[in-house]
Ligand binder design. Structure first.
Ligand code: PGA
Length: 256
């Protein structure tokens, strides 16, 4: 059985104080103790420390939105995976479509980051997903093949134990247009099949595949109810407690 996982990607939003308030508000909303699902918030690097302190003692964990692939050295402006571990960061999002499209990250770079993050002890949320033109050209599966093979190059079946895949169709991110439950399920089933054939059936069964792209309280139940959808990577709706908490609640109520 795969444990549901809801992660909030704050992107380049909040101030230090707003981030602290959001994290504390979330902890208050979900309540103390075991949640039955995994929850993470991923603030900007600068606020990780403060947000980590704000969720201390709760089941909410903390993730970064990126990292570099080197351990240390002359890499001006970059953040090493070990630095994230050092401040108690649990997760790192890698390969987000905004980094692929705006920052020019290739699958090869993402693979190096994935390997470095896992070696440092971080758990990875690896994002894949097609653009609208690719879906319209029936290339969704080919794009997912390329991104999965490229971004996971060199990652072993054992290492997959701390990798979560996030399927995020680019056309659904921040647009208010969500993939239908059926579209999400079809892509997730395809990704699980990819894991079975490129790793093994055990890895495919154990690996969590999150859906991302305009997830909100009103559509979370339908998406999370799909057989191969194991949680959500949430952008816009993770910036307000009243929007994010219902998505966590939907995950808690989903029985698989
Ligand atoms: P969104 O973003 O929920 O605002 O569409 C999701 C993401 O980019 O991870």
């Amino acid at each position: 059985m795969r444990r549901m996982f809801v992660a909030g990607n704050w992107k380049m939003n909040t101030t230090r104080q707003a981030g602290i308030d959001l994290a504390k508000g979330l902890v208050a909303a979900v309540g103390p103790g075991e949640l039955g699902v995994d929850v993470a918030v991923c603030p900007p690097f600068l606020y990780l420390d403060a947000v980590k302190a704000s969720v201390a003692g709760s089941a909410v964990t903390v993730g970064a939105q990126n990292c570099y692939f080197e351990k240390s050295g002359a890499f001006t402006g970059e953040v090493a995976p070990g630095m994230l571990v050092d401040i108690g960061c649990n997760w790192v999002i890698l390969g987000h479509s905004e980094r692929r499209a705006i920052l020019g990250e290739t699958d090869a770079v993402i693979a190096k980051k994935t390997a470095a993050a896992l070696a440092a002890g971080l758990k990875v949320i690896l994002c894949v997903g097609e653009q609208l033109s690719e879906r319209q050209a029936n290339q969704t599966e080919a794009v997912l093949d390329t991104q999965m093979a490229g971004s996971l190059a060199g990652i072993s079946a054992d290492q997959m134990g701390t990798v979560v895949i996030a399927y995020e169709p680019v056309w659904a991110i921040g647009t208010g247009v969500t993939a239908s439950n059926e579209q999400a399920q079809a892509a997730h089933a395809y990704l699980r099949g990819w894991l079975a054939s490129h790793y093994n059936p055990q890895v495919a069964q154990a690996t969590r595949i999150l859906y991302g792209g305009s997830v909100k309280g009103s559509n979370a139940q339908g998406l999370l109810g799909q057989a191969d959808v194991d949680g959500a990577l949430v952008g816009g709706a993770s910036l307000k407690v009243e929007d994010f908490a219902p998505i966590i609640q939907a995950a808690r109520e989903t029985r698989k």
